[in-house]
Design a protein around this ligand. Sequence first.
Ligand SMILES: [Zn+2]
Length: 271
Amino acid sequence: MLDAVRLLSAGYCTHMEAMSRIGAPWRSCRFPSGFALLHHRRHGPILFDTGYTRYFADETRHFPNRLYAFATPLHLQDSETAAEQLARAGIAARDVRHVIVSHFHADHIAGLKDFPRAAILCSLAAWQSVARLRGFAAVRRAFLPGLMPADTETRLRFVDECSTAALPRAMAPFDKGWDVFGDESVLAVELPGHASGQIGVVVSSGASEPVFLIADAAWSHAAVRDCSPPPRVTTAFLGDTATYRNTLRKLHDLHRCNPALRIVPSHETPP
Ligand SMILES: [Zn+2]
């Protein structure tokens, strides 16, 4: 059972908006690095992704990783990291026992080292797609192995191993998710295409309506509303264009059928 869901962000990068959505203008745009803090009655604070940290800057100082920072320059105050924001809310990093990773792009995992006691929850496919990547092959996939804690292998938990639960009919065409904590408070949903094995989560707190955190399955609500994907060059570079567009179409259909549902991309400031 979740008592609260807080949508936060830790830093941002800049990139051409036109590369994020067909029809968007050719201008530099801010992409906040979103994460969510879930308060679980039994498991305590849980993170969905981590946003940026200074580790990203450290890891991208030299070639070839520097290419990543060149493509998406980082803007971050030290006070903006997830760990710092949690500390100000009275939550110690050691009390975070679960970090759900939507996918292993560096802007989603840069804070993992700040939460040394947390299990790292992800899909098996997401981890297998990056686990052996190093050097240029890694940065080419937006993965920086140096961001992973040294004891990652012992902390990984795969959501695919959780039992599945039916999603409410109002979530159609999505029909099932992995019940991450066994109480249907956090249901992990496959959202492939942007990156291998990417997941989103449907989170429900108390009496409030569920929220669908979709990570990078879309980079803006406008993209979901209009079913307007990034240009092919972007999705082909990062993942698989046909799969991406199929996932985006499902999100678009969900939004059309259930316009009141909050669908939250990682890289757009929540309204
Ligand atoms: Zn991504």
